[in-house]
Design a protein around this ligand. Structure first.
Ligand code: GLY
Length: 567
């Protein structure tokens, strides 16, 4: 009889590779992501990653690839990929220069503080989330042209062409995509007379073609930025929105501008974290969270242990309380950023934290500073062969935004107005509370949680990451930074690891369905309220890690159809 020993030895080695004791779990799969020597794109869809990579292969830089990837996502991932929404880009050039571009949507000129309230001052359900009144003035096309103007190396016409071809050729529907499109049928019907998404019940394997979107892209290719903000596309958008009872005008589109902003940059234990400033809360909150936990040396606890969950949750409780009070559009508010992200301030916020029992969120207000104050978004990360890195998060807010689909133009419009506070003190669709700083005013940019982030180590590029997930974006970014810097995980292992989230109110720690329940009883005994949804996922992180030999490891979140490609 032939011995099975060699086979068994091989199996044992393979199992050792797949199964490694990390934290409280013995069954964490240690997966290595795609490793590439020169350049990489990680995005929500393989078509978009492939188009971005094709630009890099032709000698384009990360900004060129970003534009091509972004436009490809409009076709391949209309759930969040958009020209009818907005976003943020954080970048680091090969010579170490960092920056960020804000192309967040703005409230229309006719917007006003009480626009979502009835005569009794109560919120009108759905008005800020579904249909024409929920739409903010889109910023994506302004953002792409501004990034191209400053950093692009190839003609815009060359960068938009692959998305035109893809829209004509069509995109094969994945299982996850079929499920979401069909789930939202009723909302599409409510928001529109007709859209291609209502043409039939879409199944995995079907091909959806976007001829109207291809024509819009061709007009943008031929006429430039003005096509979207002043041309035929602007007319289509405004006419359709107004026909549905919305308030966006040609004047709103004409006045839209993207804004360069100084990123939030701070040190954490030898790393330098560079992230998005307001109107995103992302960079400020991640800075506050890391500064809050730094004195506790989090790496001494097991990953996802009771202590780890407790410490992060208590920091999150305090930081989200601050978020709701202090943060909003910096063009409308004086935000005490330096104080908020200082070690001293965050240490003082943790003074009443006790290992013995949960702090009640009802006992946590915002900090005292003297001032004179969805899960449905998409992120992609790109590094090029020249050493540039871009981290981009872009959104329609909810899934397919307002569900308003400009049929003649072939694109969805956002429902970003819900990210402003319809009624200060009442939570939005992510359960986030907002205060005066984020109240509605004409031309105001709504507070966001999008956190495109870049991390440096020893002055060199180390990690590029970001996530969708509304309020959970910030805590997803925090956990991935800690996974890699404190728990030595690789990038794929990190993005796949189970996550949890606390956001002050509601006073609950939320866990993903895959999260090990082993410490739940200990946490409950300390007074924590826990929630673990059967289908819950927290964030979808697409990230790139620079390995010690200079190559890149991609982390493509297995929660979605996300894909890393490189060469
Ligand atoms: N609309 C999601 C965000 O901006 O955070």
């Amino acid at each position: 009889m032939r011995s099975n020993l060699p086979k068994l030895l091989l199996l044992a080695c393979f199992s050792l590779f797949l199964v490694q004791c990390k934290g409280n779990k013995v069954d964490v799969k240690v997966q290595r992501g795609l490793v590439a020597d020169s350049a990489m794109v990680v995005s929500a869809r393989v078509e978009a990653s492939a188009i971005g990579l094709s630009i890099l292969k032709k000698g384009g830089n990360a900004f060129d690839a970003m534009i091509a990837t972004d436009l490809a996502l409009v076709v391949a991932y209309p759930f969040s990929g958009n020209i009818g929404g907005g976003g943020f880009t954080v970048f680091r050039t090969a010579d170490g220069k960092v920056g960020s571009l804000d192309y967040r949507e703005k409230a229309p000129l006719a917007a006003h503080r009480d626009m979502y309230l009835d005569e009794n001052g109560e919120i009108i359900p759905g008005k800020s989330t579904l249909g024409a009144m929920s739409i903010g003035v889109p910023g994506t096309i302004a953002g792409l042209f501004e990034l191209h103007r400053q950093h692009g190396s190839k003609p815009f016409s060359e960068l938009i062409q692959p998305a035109i071809d893809l829209a004509k050729r069509g995109v094969v529907v994945t299982m996850k995509q079929a499920k979401t499109i069909n789930n939202y049928r009723e909302s599409f019907q409510k928001a529109n007379d007709r859209t291609i998404f209502l043409d039939k019940k879409w199944n995995a394997g079907d091909t959806i073609k976007y001829p109207a979107l291809a024509r819009t892209f061709e007009r943008i290719r031929d006429n430039g930025r003005a096509e979207f903000y002043e041309g035929e596309t602007a007319d289509m958008l405004v006419n359709y929105v107004q026909q549905l009872g919305g308030i966006i005008t040609k004047e709103d589109l004409k006045k839209y501008n993207a804004v360069w902003r100084d990123p939030i940059a701070f040190e954490y234990k030898g790393y330098r974290v560079i992230s998005m400033p307001p109107p995103s809360s992302g960079g400020v909150c991640v800075a506050q969270l890391l500064k809050s936990i730094a004195p506790y040396n989090i790496g001494q606890y097991e990953h996802n242990s009771a202590e780890y969950i407790q410490l992060l949750s208590e920091a999150e409780r305090r930081v989200y309380a601050d978020r709701s009070f202090f943060l909003g559009d910096p063009d409308f508010n004086d935000i005490p950023i330096d104080t908020l992200i200082s070690s001293h301030y965050n240490k003082s916020r943790m003074h009443d934290f006790s290992w013995d029992k949960a702090t009640l969120s009802s006992d946590v207000g915002h900090g005292n500073i003297d001032i004179v104050e969805s899960n449905e978004t998409t992120h992609y990360s790109i590094v090029d062969a020249y050493g540039n890195a871009v981290s981009v998060t872009t959104t329609l807010n909810g899934a397919y935004g307002s569900k308003v689909f400009v049929e003649d133009g072939g694109f969805f419009l956002n429902n970003e107005m819900d990210d402003l506070s319809s009624k200060p003190g009442i939570p939005n669709m992510f359960g986030l509370l907002g205060a005066e700083a984020n109240s509605i005013a004409p031309e105001k940019r709504m507070l966001s949680s999008m956190t495109p982030t870049i991390v440096e180590k020893d002055g060199k590029l180390f990690m590029v990451l970001g996530s969708p997930g509304g309020a959970t974006i910030i805590t997803s970014i925090l956990q991935n930074i800690l996974n890699v810097t404190e728990f030595d995980m690789g990038m794929q292992e990190s993005v796949a690891a189970a996550r949890f989230h606390h956001q002050w109110l509601p006073d609950i720690i939320q866990f993903e369905k895959s999260f090990d329940t082993i410490h739940f009883e200990a946490l409950r005994q300390k007074g924590y309220k826990l929630s673990q949804g059967a289908s819950k996922i927290i964030g979808k992180v697409d990230a790139i890690l620079v390995l010690p030999d200079g190559s890149f490891e991609g982390g493509a979140d297995p929660r979605g159809d996300d894909t890393a490609l490189g060469f």
